[in-house]
Ligand binder design. Structure first.
Ligand SMILES: Nc1ncnc2c1ncn2[C@@H]1O[C@H](COP(=O)(O)OP(=O)(O)O)[C@@H](O)[C@H]1O
Ligand SMILES: [Mg+2]
Length: 340
């Protein structure tokens, strides 16, 4: 058998070469389209998913019956106000099963599910199935958990080599890319509302095993429609503190009691205000991180201006990429490169 195969190969070198050339061209075309391991070229059709290697088949999202029969919860790995999350097993794969915590929050849960369904992309956690009747969502499991764990993980001896300004800056670029996607999504401009403090923001994103970021919790994601004059308010409670944007705070002073309906609405530029604080956390204290901070100073000052003067997420992303390129090329301010 094997000898026969070798003989056939020897007899048809032309066909083999042609085959290899075709495969190389296909790979090249995939890369040119922005594909690769995190790209969309190997993505499944809508309503389907693939776990693991790109050569695996796509499966349709699991429905109620399959969730009940085939998914086995193993242990609780996270909980927020809306969802309780269990590391679970499905056909020998580790998966994350999210369950609604209290029935009163079912609208948030279902909105989050709707957003997960509609916004599947490399920026959003992979949806594997759902059961609306039982309030269950099945997603890809990410063992590093939420972005809150970043410093703890990068401090493990095993991941020491990843704790560099470069890796950390790439995470900040991922984060701003996600905002850029949400602000310019195929469905319109979304605001990441569940973000009243740094820990809250970090808990909505997951750190993937190859050190990228995906957004996971889309329960509080209202739509802005500026041309129709439709702006948003994040929740019904008063927001306080320096972390939230000034326009999210009660404008009428302490003498007027807070009233939701008197709160002026705002738009996605509240997300821009928060970028410097999130990036600051992501950059951490790796060698060279301070030099990155130094180069981001100007764009970060702009993020803290009044809403109309703030840059868009695209503009911030563009600045970040330019800084990264200049740092990697060594075309940074004379003398400062030694700090890296
Ligand atoms: N796919 C997942 N893989 C690993 N951990 C997860 C996953 N999904 C959620 N978690 C953990 O569960 C926490 C709560 O999930 P989240 O969807 O934010 O719930 P809530 O809507 O209640 O805030 C996350 O911060 C994270 O720590
Ligand atoms: Mg959450």
């Amino acid at each position: 058998m094997e000898r026969e195969g070798r003989l056939r190969l020897r007899r048809a070198p032309g066909a083999l070469l042609l085959g290899l050339l075709a495969a190389a061209l296909l790979l090249l075309a995939r890369d040119l389209r922005g594909g690769g391991s995190r790209g969309q070229s190997s993505a499944c059709p809508p309503g389907h998913f693939r776990l693991g290697a790109p050569q695996q088949n796509c499966s349709p999202w699991l429905a109620c019956q399959a969730l009940a029969r085939e998914v086995r919860p193993l242990k609780r790995v996270g909980e927020g106000a809306v969802k309780r999350v269990f590391l679970s097993e499905w056909k020998e794969n580790k998966v994350a099963l999210s369950q609604l915590t209290v029935l009163e929050l079912k609208d948030d849960f279902l909105h989050g599910l709707q957003m997960l369904k509609s916004l599947q992309s490399k920026h959003v956690v992979k949806l594997l199935g759902f059961c609306e009747e039982d309030f269950l969502i099945l997603t890809e499991y990410h063992p590093f958990g939420s972005l809150k764990n970043l410093n703890q993980i990068l401090n493990l001896p095993k991941y020491k080599d990843s704790n560099t300004w470069h890796h950390r800056f790439m995470l900040a670029i991922d984060y701003v890319s996600i905002l850029c996607y949400l602000h310019n999504s195929p469905l319109g401009t979304f605001v990441m509302c569940d973000s009243s403090d740094l820990d809250k923001v970090l808990s909505q994103y997951l750190l993937t095993s190859d050190f990228h970021i995906v957004v996971n919790d889309l329960d509080a994601l209202p739509l802005v429609n500026r041309s129709a004059g439709e702006l948003v308010r994040c929740g019904h409670q008063e927001l306080q503190g320096e972390f939230v944007a000034p326009e999210q705070r009660w404008p009428h002073g302490p003498e007027v009691p807070f009233e939701d309906s008197l709160m002026p609405p705002y738009d996605e530029r509240t997300d821009i205000w928060k970028i410097p604080d999130v990036t600051n956390f992501l950059l951490g204290d790796a060698e060279g991180s301070d030099l990155v901070r130094f180069h981001l100073f100007e764009i970060h000052v702009a993020c803290k201006k009044s809403p109309a003067e703030r840059p868009t997420a695209e503009k911030v992303l563009d600045s970040y990429r330019k800084v990264l390129t200049s740092l990697l090329r060594g075309t940074v301010m004379p003398g400062t490169r030694d700090m890296l």
